[in-house]
Design a protein around this ligand. Structure first.
Ligand SMILES: Nc1ncnc2c1ncn2[C@@H]1O[C@H](COP(=O)(O)OP(=O)(O)OP(=O)(O)O)[C@@H](O)[C@H]1O
Ligand SMILES: [Mg+2]
Length: 346
């Protein structure tokens, strides 16, 4: 069943943490809430979980209005950033805990807990206390515990942010494959754009308690609507432009060709990998004469920084294959890109 957040407003004193926010979480999807610190990600998750009460709005699961249902009766699984396992219970007892509260028989509890430990590859750790396990293991146990009672929704608040990079990468794909295996509707809070791009079916970009843009990862990357989203997801060149007498985009001394109307925009986005460099005109719709100001070799990639001639305040970042010949500082080159690579941003 889809989860619908409708016209939800949540205030803490004078701070409006969520402002008239509406959103659908499709059944069976993994949705990421992404945004900078303080934008309202945790608040939105807690309102959905019933751990916070919104002043206005509704939370609907299918047709059911959950607004007045206490958290314990929502049957949602929740995992927080800090592992929040019961320190005095073994891994197995931690996973069984929610089943005890729900009145499952002893035999069923044990079987289910063991099944969940298998799922997170920690059956051999069943007898350990949390303090005897690594951070990654504890977080796996927390996920197993959240999934054990067969929740209708899994809510994860930055579950990976306390872990080191390697464990984080492993758990990303593990969470995603468990989520897909069960088809469980999942919401994960993160401020890590790569995590969201890699894992999500749908990304909700939040800003100041409001939705900035919602879309599939590829959508948000290829078609950001605002400067904020373009800048937050992936690397991008932001070009300051003005409309010239002909109503076209003027960038420094040169005119840029875009697809579609400019609609009064003053910023165009251009992904670094959309640009190719050449010595001679290469027949591209846009071709900016530039001077190379810097290069950085990074193995599989190299970054080249250029100053477009006649636009002294702007720099273009270009991403090239690591095996291509590296330009030298001071080289005069053309930066080529098609009209449809220029993103018109609000
Ligand atoms: N219990 C609280 N009392 C008062 N203000 C709060 C409380 N919880 C959150 N806020 C405020 O509400 C706003 C949203 O906070 P929230 O914790 O939802 O942000 P977040 O996006 O999860 O940030 P982070 O990435 O830092 O976790 C912030 O301005 C925060 O200071
Ligand atoms: Mg938070």
């Amino acid at each position: 069943m889809d989860l619908d957040v409708k016209n939800t407003t949540k205030r803490y004193g004078h701070v409006t943490a969520l402002s008239d926010l509406s959103l659908t979480i499709p059944a069976g999807s993994l949705t990421c809430f992404l945004g900078p610190s303080g934008c309202g990600k945790t608040t939105l998750l807690r309102v959905i979980a019933g751990l916070e009460t919104a002043e206005e709005g509704q939370i609907l699961l299918g047709e059911d209005d959950l607004s007045d249902t206490p958290p314990s009766e929502r049957n949602f699984g929740v995992v927080f950033q800090s592992y929040s396992l019961f320190p005095n219970l073994t891994a197995l007892r931690n996973v069984q805990y929610g089943l005890e509260c729900r009145g499952w028989s002893r035999g069923r509890r044990r079987a289910r807990a063991e099944e969940m430990l298998d799922l997170v590859h920690l059956r051999d750790q069943a007898g350990k206390l949390p303090e005897q396990m690594s951070g990654g293991q504890q977080q796996r146990i927390a996920i197993a515990r959240a999934l054990a009672p067969e929740p209708s929704l899994l809510l994860l608040d930055e579950p990976l942010s306390a872990l080191d990079a390697k464990v984080r990468a492993e758990l990303r794909s593990e969470i995603r494959s468990i989520q897909q295996k069960f088809g469980i509707t999942t919401i994960m809070v993160t401020h890590d754009q790569n995590e969201a791009l890699e894992m999500a079916d749908q990304i909700v970009v939040l800003r100041d308690g409001q939705i900035e843009q919602v879309g599939a990862p590829r959508d948000l990357y290829a078609h950001p609507q605002t400067r904020f989203v373009a800048d937050f997801i992936g690397a991008i060149n932001l070009l300051d432009i003005s409309a010239n007498a002909a109503g076209r985009a003027q960038f420094g001394m040169q005119e840029l060709h875009i697809e579609g109307p400019l609609n009064g925009a003053t910023t165009l986005g251009l992904r670094p990998e959309a640009i190719t460099l050449s010595d001679e005109p290469a027949g591209a719709e846009n071709s900016l004469a530039c001077t190379v100001t810097n290069t950085r070799f990074m193995g599989n990639l190299q970054h080249v920084e250029l100053r477009p001639n006649g636009a002294p305040d702007q720099l273009l970042q270009v991403e090239m294959n690591g095996l291509a010949q590296t330009p030298r500082r001071g080289d005069q080159l053309l930066a080529n890109f098609p009209a449809n690579a220029l993103l018109v941003l609000r």
